[in-house]
Structures are given as structure tokens and as C-alpha cells.
Design a protein around this ligand. Structure first.
Ligand code: CDM
Ligand code: ATP
Length: 290
């Protein structure tokens, strides 16, 4: 057991596209998605303690304070049960990512907690015995364990590396509405929307023109439902498309966060300024894909 604190960044996850290719008998949907990770996120720090405890702070911390079922504590409990761990941990979560926003904050926290506690509790040699745990915590947790660019399929557990050869600068915009992932999937199933065919994604993407071509062909199959539930998402997309230098824009995951891709960091920062004027309540964040 480590006697020092261990910290991990729980990076924001962005689905650049998301096609739904089928549905399993248990209701879960089969997906195909190109997923990237941001150079920022929540922060998890775990320290030695007799009991398990969680403190939450940060700009979006208040949204979680009254909720007993935090994914970070579920990760810790799962790990303790699996390896019969008798000690606890003091866990600090700094919540920088909006809640229920399609950028996987909870999943990233769960993955970061698993990694940090594995180190704190001296379980690194047991990693091969914990490969099933991420999916037990959520469909996005396996890709958040990788925390770098992947093609994600199955219900989220089949991961293939994809190499982006060009730096990617993006702007993330969330209009301040929480969207339930389950509700958006259910709305799509209720409409009996047809399933999409997975389109080829090459193992290497050389430039932004090639990336744009791929994304335009695939899109996000949850975007239509999310825009019906929260029409402000269409407004966000219209704003992003209108920014100077926007190469491509779409919604991430089940929403409501949308992204736009730019060639340079300066272009993303200029767009940030444009969007922030007159939309003060929206969360706007420039990021680089790691
Ligand atoms: C939309 C995505 O964010 C894309 O990355 C993920 O597929 C969602 O991942 P997540 O939030 O970790 O999802 P979970 O917490 O496992 O599931 C929430 C709900 O979404 C639906 N769900 C989720 C994932 C999936 N492949 N099919 C589904 O139908 C299920 O109704 C489930 O009850
Ligand atoms: N540490 C956590 N951070 C955020 N949400 C959490 C956490 N623990 C539990 N939750 C709950 O998980 C649900 C999903 O939250 P999250 O912010 O991960 O959604 P999301 O960004 O839409 O995720 P995804 O893109 O994976 O669908 C919310 O109902 C939230 O209350």
C-alpha cells in the first residue's frame, strides 16, 4: 500500500461521431464511435485512510453533493470487494466537467478512481484480474480507462487504436441543460429509427480533410433525439457552425455538449470569444486532443 497520495486527471471524452448499429436483447445498443480525449478534465486524488470517504469541490461539484450513488465510490467499493481490501481511502474529486453532458465526466471519474486506487492499495500486479470491472461501472468506462483516441464498438467495450496524425483543436459548448443518456436511447428506440451500417475508419487519419470526410459520412445518431428533447442544442450547433474557421461541428455522446474543430488553437480561441458574447450562461471550453 502506498503511503502517499495518488492523483489522476479524469479527461473529458468526446464522441466525434456515433453510429448505432443494433440493439442487444437486454436493451443496450451496439455502437460504433470515434472517441478522443481532452487535455483537461476532473481531478481525482486518493490518500491513505481507514475508512472510505469522498469530498467534492470544483465548478460543477454542487450538482453531485446531494447524490449518494457517486461513480467514484462505486469504483472504490467494486475494487475493495473484488480483492477483499480492508482499508479505506480519502478521495477528493474536483468536478470541472458539467454533469450529464455527453462528455463522460462520471465515466472518466470512475476510470481515474480505479487507476488511482489500484496504485494506492498496491494492486498493480492484480490488473489482469480486474479487466471486467470498467464495463460493470458503465458503457463509457472502458474507453475512459484507455483515455486516448479509440474506435469504440460493441456497447462500448471493444476498443481499437486510431492514430490522429494532426493536432486537433476544439471548442466545447454546453448550454447548461442536463441530458439523460438512457432517455435519449429510449426515445430513439421508441421511434424505431433504423440502425446504421458501421463505415470504415482507417487506423491512421492523416489530416483534417480526411477526418472531416469521415465524420460527415457518419454523424451522431443520437443528435436528432437530443435536439428534440432540448432544442437549445440546435441553437448551440448553429452558433458553432457560424464561427470563423469551423471545420466540423456536432454533438458529443447523448448531449448536450457540442464541439467544433479548428485548424489552430488561435482559431478555437477566436471562436470561444465569438460564442461567449451574449451567451454568458453557456459553458465554453477550448481544448486540444491529447
Ligand atoms: C452515449 C455514450 O456516451 C457514447 O459514448 C455511451 O454509450 C453512454 O455510456 P454511459 O453513460 O457509460 O452509459 P451507461 O451508464 O452504461 O448506460 C446508461 C443508459 O444508456 C443506455 N445505453 C448505454 C450504452 C449503450 N451502448 N447502449 C445503451 O442503450 C442504456 O439505456 C443505459 O441504461
Ligand atoms: N462522479 C460523477 N460525475 C458525474 N456524474 C456522476 C458521477 N457519479 C455519478 N454520476 C451520475 O451519472 C450520471 C451521468 O453523468 P455523466 O456526467 O457521466 O454523464 P454524461 O457526460 O452524459 O456521460 P456519457 O457521455 O458517458 O453518457 C448522472 O446522473 C450523474 O448524476
Amino acid at each position: 500500500m502506498a503511503n502517499k497520495s495518488v492523483s489522476r486527471i479524469a479527461r473529458a471524452k468526446i464522441n466525434l461521431d456515433l453510429v448505432i448499429t443494433g440493439q442487444r436483447a437486454d436493451g443496450y445498443h451496439l455502437l460504433d464511435s470515434l472517441v478522443v480525449f481532452a487535455d483537461f478534465g476532473d481531478q481525482i486524488t486518493v490518500s491513505p485512510a481507514e475508512k472510505l470517504s469522498l469530498t467534492i469541490s470544483g465548478p460543477f461539484g454542487r450538482g453531485l453533493l446531494r447524490q449518494s450513488d457517486n461513480l467514484v465510490l462505486r469504483s472504490a467499493q467494486l475494487l475493495r470487494d473484488r480483492f477483499d481490501i480492508r482499508v479505506g481511502a480519502q478521495i477528493e474529486l474536483i468536478k470541472n466537467l458539467p454533469i450529464s453532458s455527453g462528455i463522460g465526466g462520471g465515466s472518466a471519474d470512475a476510470a481515474a478512481a480505479l487507476k488511482a486506487l489500484t496504485e494506492l492499495w498496491g494492486l498493480c500486479d492484480k490488473i489482469p484480474e480486474m479487466s471486467d470491472l470498467p464495463l460493470l461501472l458503465g458503457a463509457d468506462v472502458p474507453v475512459c480507462m484507455a483515455s486516448e483516441t479509440r474506435r469504440m464498438s460493441g456497447i462500448g467495450e471493444v476498443l481499437t487504436p486510431v492514430s490522429l496524425k494532426k493536432n486537433l483543436y476544439m471548442l466545447l459548448v454546453n448550454p447548461g441543460v442536463s441530458v439523460s443518456t438512457a432517455a435519449i436511447f429510449q426515445a430513439r428506440a421508441k421511434r424505431q429509427a433504423p440502425f446504421s451500417k458501421p463505415l470504415n475508419i482507417p487506423p491512421e487519419i492523416d489530416d483534417l480533410a480526411q477526418l472531416r470526410h469521415l465524420l460527415v459520412a457518419r454523424g451522431n445518431d443520437l443528435q436528432r433525439e437530443a435536439c428534440l428533447v432540448e432544442p437549445v442544442i440546435s441553437e448551440v450547433l448553429n452558433h458553432l457552425y457560424a464561427t470563423e474557421g469551423c471545420i466540423y461541428s456536432a454533438m458529443s455522446g447523448s448531449g448536450a455538449t457540442c464541439f467544433a474543430i479548428y485548424e489552430t488553437c488561435e482559431a478555437a480561441r477566436t471562436a470561444e470569444g465569438e460564442i461567449s458574447q451574449g451567451t454568458q450562461s453557456w459553458w465554453v471550453q477550448v481544448m486540444q486532443v491529447i
